[in-house]
Design a protein around this ligand. Structure first.
Ligand code: BGC
Length: 890
């Protein structure tokens, strides 16, 4: 076999704390993990060994550890030193003794800050509260300039290593000798700064030179002191009132000397050309004004205890989109970028006279008269302004704001060439993990819209939308979308970071919030399905990434949450302390609140019990298992009936059956009744989905799991509202907040709440991977060790997905041509799969030309109607079989 000649089992994709070569980690016991690849069928690891070294000396040697499941290890060596680079190697030995080694590195962060917080004297800034933009009047509060801070530093010889540790209360951008430091945008991101401020570490060795060096920072309001959320009166009241900086530059010299340059009162500051910068309102660069003179920086109180190493991936500019069209009406140019994004534009403005003003407004859609639709932005002005100075040509790109838009309207230029304007896409740079393909262009576009929704809304924290005056970390949106997000990207570090905010926002009584980071102006008390994200998200992350620490970090908060609901609802029907009870938000057919709430109560209790069990806390596990069983019993007693005309869950809505089935609330004998009624309801509606945010993520997986995958396909294909393709038919390039955000008869939905980039309804993306492509985990599996490969063909003729799991690559590709089904499957080393080959003729199944029963790594398990079920070892498999007929629906 040629397989023998090709690579043996090898580790790759090494990560520390779920990040490739992180700089400045905070934990002293990091998780070191690797993926596995092999071209040999059936290859599996037998043991591994990890060696960590620093300065060419071994610091820790794990020794040979026999564990065929392992794809990670927690560092257990001597205490890691701060500000130190560690190299590590993992050697994996296969069952047949073959070994391969791979290496990576990480660097520890800073833990002994001496720097002071510094700022520009807030009394010296001009607040813009009645700007000269006419109809762009500001709500309530003014806007402050971005300010610059600097100092020079003389070094006698270029250092061997230099690191910059920096953060802001506000946003910062750093330059050394005129060169940009790093490529992070909107750093340090959004946390509840009262509890935690992420600092970032930058490798700056190459930016320094012997002789004089200039360190320069610009800082702006950002989430710290700018407009956040939808209550303009709260601007600047959430955390602080003016931006501040803290930074330390650490230099190591060849002679062993160590030098630290820290922010303090010797730094200088001035107001720069950015007259204001605000995340919601936009940014104004005024190049026609004299800059204020440099003056000493003001030092500001603030201890160092809240400074923590950043965990989440940084926000970056990940893509640039050219203008598709530019339409001119006088000096007004309307630019269409063809894609709704979160980000900003870069404009080369030409032929400018001193003092000329160029205004860029942003919007997601156009009104019927072809002008920019901005009503749905509410009070977010999303307007950037350039005032020209002496230079006739200026490249203008705002630095400290972002907008949700597909269109930009530029006024103030006589001509605008498409080549002079570009959209810059910004989001948290979570590594891509999955790709989905199929032969239906609509479903392919749906997948694209879902991905763009994820990109536009994972901006430091998972937000509801990127355009209007909201952009908050709503918990339900995040929990329903998480399974989809995990297939699209590696979001382990992103959500680990955000969960700190969720926990941080938990009330004394144990209540999780509705939004995290918590802000004033939003009801504190978490609603059913929203607050429960504090339980559902850690559990799902554990299953996908296999890192038990996410359960250990959250279990206490999970228990407190379930106890809180229980304490206030001793009869186990969750009616009290329901916060603003959003129920099945935005559902065409509402579901009774008690049903939704009690179902979530049962689910949270069940998952809390499971989490405790994983962590070996058996007493706790038993307690919540028992509670969950009691809630289920009450759910059945209170909310189900067997009267005429048959079995019903109270409300008799799709979501009522979906939560009952998905959360396993019903005894086995009632399940077929619930499935039958769910199927009836879906069919009666169109077939159509009539759920809101909470039911939508469950509909396709539940129908599929209970034997109706073709009905799930039918929902995917539907083009009338409510449906996923309806928005596509109306030009959507992202997922809409509402099923009917725009209709030909009525136009735009109530613009007080009508976002065109809201990912919650896009949570069907999970089923494209799990169902259509067929990449799933078995119920008890963690970290993709036990796969279920069961593609659901529907009417498609081709589909597939490639998913970079924590264990290695999982892939499927299937096609149906001339009555032959071709199915390629990749199972990563150390994993096994149960494969369901859909075929009317089980005997026709062959693997690389051999009858399935003779193929290496394939064991036939059973024949089901229309399906051959086999067990697969790891490896690449190529099956053919008689193809099933395309299915309408069941
Ligand atoms: C947000 C939602 C959120 C909801 C709570 C809305 O304003 O945009 O996505 O979950 O409020 O019901």
């Amino acid at each position: 076999m040629t397989d023998q000649l090709i690579a043996t089992l090898a580790p790759y994709g090494l990560r520390c704390e779920h990040v490739v070569e992180p700089l400045g980690i905070g934990t002293r016991a990091p998780l070191l993990s690797w993926r596995l690849a092999s071209t040999r069928r059936g290859d599996a690891p037998a043991s591994h060994r990890v060696v960590v070294s620093a300065n060419d000396e071994t610091v820790w040697d794990s020794g040979e550890i026999a564990d065929p499941e392992a794809i990670s290890i927690i560092y257990r060596g001597p205490v890691l030193q701060p500000r130190t680079r560690y190299h590590w190697q993992v050697t994996v030995t296969a069952a047949d003794g073959a070994t391969n080694t791979s290496g990576s590195c990480f660097e520890t962060g800073h833990d002994a800050w001496t720097a002071q917080w510094i700022a520009h004297d807030p009394a010296d800034v001009e607040v813009v509260d009645a700007p000269d933009e006419g109809d762009l009047a500001l709500p309530d509060h003014g806007l402050r300039p971005a300010v610059q801070l600097r100092r020079t530093l003389t070094v006698h010889a270029a250092p061997t290593t230099a690191r910059l540790y920096v953060t802001a209360r506000g946003l910062f951008e750093a330059h050394i000798n005129g060169k940009r430091v790093g490529d992070h945008e909107l750093a340090p991101g959004w946390t509840d700064y009262r509890d935690r401020i992420d600092y970032w570490t930058y490798e700056v060795t190459d930016l320094l030179q012997s002789g004089e060096n200039l360190l320069q920072f610009t800082i702006a309001d950002g989430w710290w002191s700018g407009y956040v959320g939808f209550d303009p009166r709260q601007a600047g009241a959430h955390y602080g009132t003016f931006p501040q900086l803290i930074a330390e530059l650490h230099l190591d010299h060849t002679d062993g000397a160590h030098e630290v340059v820290a922010t303090d009162g010797t730094w200088e500051t001035r107001r720069g050309p950015i007259r204001y910068a605000d995340l919601l309102m936009g940014e104004r660069h005024d190049l026609n004004r004299e800059l204020s003179p440099w003056r000493p920086a003001t030092t500001v109180d603030g201890d160092h205890s809240r400074l923590v190493a950043a965990v989440a991936p940084p926000i970056r500019a990940t893509e640039e989109l050219p203008a598709r069209t530019v339409t001119a009406t006088g000096d007004r140019h309307l630019v269409d970028f063809g894609q709704n994004i979160a980000g900003r534009v870069r404009l080369t403005a030409r032929d400018l006279a001193p003092g000329a003003r160029v205004v860029i407004r942003h919007g997601e859609a156009l009104d019927t008269d072809g002008t920019l639709h901005t009503d749905n932005l509410r009070t977010a002005r999303a307007t950037d302004i350039l005032v020209a100075g002496a230079e006739p040509t200026v490249v203008f790109e705002p630095r400290f704001t972002y907008h949700g838009f597909r269109y930009a309207e530029v006024t103030g230029l006589t001509t605008l060439s498409p080549a002079d304007i570009t959209a810059v896409v910004l989001h948290s740079d979570t590594p891509p993990a999955g790709e989905f393909t199929c032969d239906d262009p609509d479903i392919q576009r749906l997948d694209s819209n879902i991905r763009w929704g994820q990109r536009g809304n994972f901006v430091s924290v998972p937000t509801d939308c990127p355009q209007r005056d909201e952009r908050l970390g709503w918990l339900a949106d995040a929990q329903v979308f998480l399974p989809t997000a995990c297939y699209n990207a590696d979001v382990a570090a992103f959500f680990t970071s955000w969960l700190r905010e969720v926990r941080g926002a938990q009330s004394e009584e144990g209540g999780f919030p509705n939004v995290a980071p918590r802000i004033a102006g939003v009801a504190d008390e978490g609603a059913p399905g929203w607050a429960d994200a504090g339980v559902l998200i850690p559990w799902h992350l554990y299953r996908v990434y296999g890192d038990e620490r996410v359960l250990a970090d959250n279990l206490d908060a999970m228990c407190r949450w379930v106890d809180f609901v229980h304490h206030n609802n001793p009869d186990l029907v969750w009616r009290n302390r329901v916060g603003p009870h959003f129920a099945d938000w935005l559902a065409p057919t509402p579901t009774p609140r008690d049903v939704v709430a009690t179902a979530y109560f049962a689910r949270s209790a069940q998952l809390t019990g499971l989490a405790a069990e994983v962590l070996g806390q058996l007493h706790t596990a038993q307690r919540y298992r028992t509670l969950a069983a009691h809630i289920r019993k009450v759910f059945v007693e209170r909310f189900t009936t067997m009267d005429q005309p048959g079995f019903a869950v109270a409300g008799d809505t799709q979501t009522a059956y979906l939560v009952a089935l998905a959360f396993e609330l019903l005894p086995d004998e009632l399940v077929p009744h619930a499935v039958r009624r769910l199927v009836e309801l879906v069919n009666e509606a169109g077939p159509a989905v009539t759920t809101g945010f909470l039911g939508v993520s469950l509909v396709a997986p539940v129908l599929d799991h209970h034997g109706h995958p073709d009905l799930a396909h039918a929902l995917l294909r539907r083009t009338e509202p409510p449906s996923w393709l309806y928005s596509l038919r109306h030009g959507a390039t992202t997922i809409w907040e509402r099923w009917d955000g725009y209709t030909a008869e009525r136009g735009f939905q109530a613009c007080a709440m009508n976002s065109f980039n809201h990912y919650a309804l896009g949570s069907v993306g999970e089923w494209l991977y799990r169902g259509v492509a067929g990449i799933d985990q078995a119920p008890g599996s963690v970290g993709f060790r036990e796969l279920v490969i069961r593609p659901r063909l529907g009417r498609l003729n081709h589909a597939g997905a490639r998913y970079e799991s924590v264990r290695g690559t999982v892939a499927t590709t299937w096609s149906r041509v001339d009555g032959v089904l071709k199915l390629d499957v990749t199972v990563p080393p150390g994993a096994n799969a149960t494969l369901h080959v859909p075929t009317p003729e089980p005997d026709s199944v062959r693997e690389r030309g051999l009858p399935a029963r003779e193929a290496a790594g394939v064991r036939i398990v059973r024949v089901e109607p229309g399906t051959l079920v086999c067990r697969l070892t790891s490896g690449d498999f190529h099956f053919t079989a008689a193809a099933p007929q395309p299915q309408e629906r069941s």
